[in-house]
Write a protein that binds this ligand. Structure first.
Ligand code: CTP
Ligand code: MG
Length: 247
């Protein structure tokens, strides 16, 4: 297998963090003394330093905030990895779409690996990154996503006005995965999916759903149960507890 030594990463960081219910941007909140965003980007830097894979990153931030973020990253150890800071949109799909458009300036090859990784998933580990990078560099894998088998039993339901929430069926848990990020694409497929989604006004909560929508096969790559997304206030305490376990 001939491995590309290049990896592009788009970090969507343009959300408003409504579920965190804090005046502070959740990406600037600290987990064991390090901000969420720093932890996220530093995990990728560590992977790059150890693997020798060259990383170029696009940070997608809230409209009107590019200068602020520029000042924030410029003194960081990872500053040279941030090739571009662009404005996002009012949905995650639009934010990632802007990140994909910004990638064009770097002339990626069709087969180059591009990861989309939520800035809010700050416990991403280098082994999960590595498994995704290896998978997306296989000829037959165009799109893949980090995921874990669900631990809970999931019910399909129907909301009934008179009876309430009613169970329709219980899917086989062995066939259910929770997906995380990285969501990974060969560049040309990512570019096509986001271009078409923009034309069609198609939105999805995750990136690989766009690939499914446009007929591409999506592979699940083993992720980690620790790769949580910082979403609600208790996630900070959960992340700190998980970190104690990971170190
Ligand atoms: N995101 C983004 N642009 C948006 C919405 C989300 O770039 N319009 C980013 C967030 O910054 C985050 C990631 O997508 O890194 C995952 O989104 P989520 O955890 O839902 O964050 P928020 O949308 O900020 O939070 P909430 O849904 O609670 O408002
Ligand atoms: Mg959101």
């Amino acid at each position: 297998m001939s491995f590309s030594r290049k990896l592009y990463v788009i970090f969507p960081a343009a959300g408003s963090g409504t579920r965190m219910k804090s005046d502070k941007n959740k990406l600037l909140m600290e987990v064991n003394g390090v901000t969420v965003i720093d932890r996220t980007i530093e995990a990728f830097k560590q992977y790059s330093d150890e693997s020798g894979i060259d990383l170029s990153c696009v940070l997608v931030v809230s409209p009107g905030k590019t200068d602020e973020w520029d000042s924030y990253v410029k003194d960081k150890d990872y500053a040279s990895m941030i090739s571009s800071i662009v404005e996002g949109g009012d949905t995650r799909t639009k934010s990632v779409g802007n990140g994909v458009s910004a990638l064009k300036a770097f002339n990626p090859a069709n087969d180059d690996a591009v990861f989309i990784h939520d800035a809010a998933r700050c416990l991403i580990d280098k082994d999960s990154i590595s498994r995704c990078f290896e998978a997306i560099n296989e000829d037959e894998t165009n799109v893949c996503v980090s995921g874990v088998k669900t631990k809970n039993t999931i019910k399909m339901v129907k909301e009934d006005i008179s009876q309430g929430v009613m169970v329709e069926s219980t899917p086989n848990r062995n066939l259910l995965y929770e997906v995380q990020t990285p969501q990974c694409f060969k560049y040309s497929i990512l570019e096509e999916c986001y271009r078409r989604a923009k034309e069609d006004g198609y939105e999805a909560t995750d990136d690989t759903a766009l690939a499914e929508h446009y007929g591409y096969k999506v592979r699940i790559v083993e992720g980690s149960y620790s790769n949580i997304k910082i979403t609600t206030p208790e996630d900070i305490a959960i992340a700190e507890a998980l970190l104690r376990n990971m170190q």
